[in-house]
Design a protein around this ligand. Structure first.
Ligand code: RB5
Length: 152
């Protein structure tokens, strides 16, 4: 796993605790991580605010990957995918997280704090970071997604 990459994390209140567990793991692994908030599980906040912040930072190219955490991972993925150049995948197991990188070149991983335990969440994050985009026929398909996003 290449540790010389920047990763940006965000959550709402429902994903806060899972985000902290993954954040701690990433820091212990030596990754350079930035947390855009939320900073508590107590106050109810709106997940699209954090999805937009993380997605724009990844789309800008400054951060290679983003990780977003809400109750299910679904709201975060829907919102993040509205930002051009974002391919956000909501995953609840390490296998789909790995394929999200290998086949879909996903650049944001979304998880649900009400679905996924910290132990599994860490395994999902690890699988996502370990996997490499396989390009080839998958690059053609990702290019087709890009064309949907940028119609002529
Ligand atoms: C918040 O209650 C919850 O709706 C949110 O965290 C997320 O799961 C939405 O997809």
């Amino acid at each position: 796993m290449n540790k010389n990459i920047l990763i940006v994390l965000g959550s709402d209140h429902a994903g806060y605790e899972l985000k902290l567990a993954v954040l701690k793991f990433l820091e212990e692994m030596g990754y350079d991580v930035t947390d855009v908030g939320a900073h508590s599980s107590e106050e109810s906040v709106d997940y699209p605010v954090f999805a937009k912040s993380v997605a724009e930072k990844v789309a800008s190219g400054k951060f290679k990957f983003g990780m977003l955490f809400c109750g299910t991972g679904i709201g975060m993925s829907i919102a993040a995918n509205k930002v051009k150049r974002i391919r956000a995948a909501a995953c609840s197991d390490p296998v789909t997280a790995s394929f999200a990188r290998r086949h879909n070149d996903a650049n944001i991983l979304c998880m649900g704090g009400r679905i996924t335990t910290p132990t599994i969440g860490i395994a999902i994050a690890e699988a996502f970071l370990k996997a490499e985009f396989e390009a080839g026929r998958h690059a053609r398909r990702v290019e087709e997604i890009f064309k949907i996003e940028h119609p002529e």
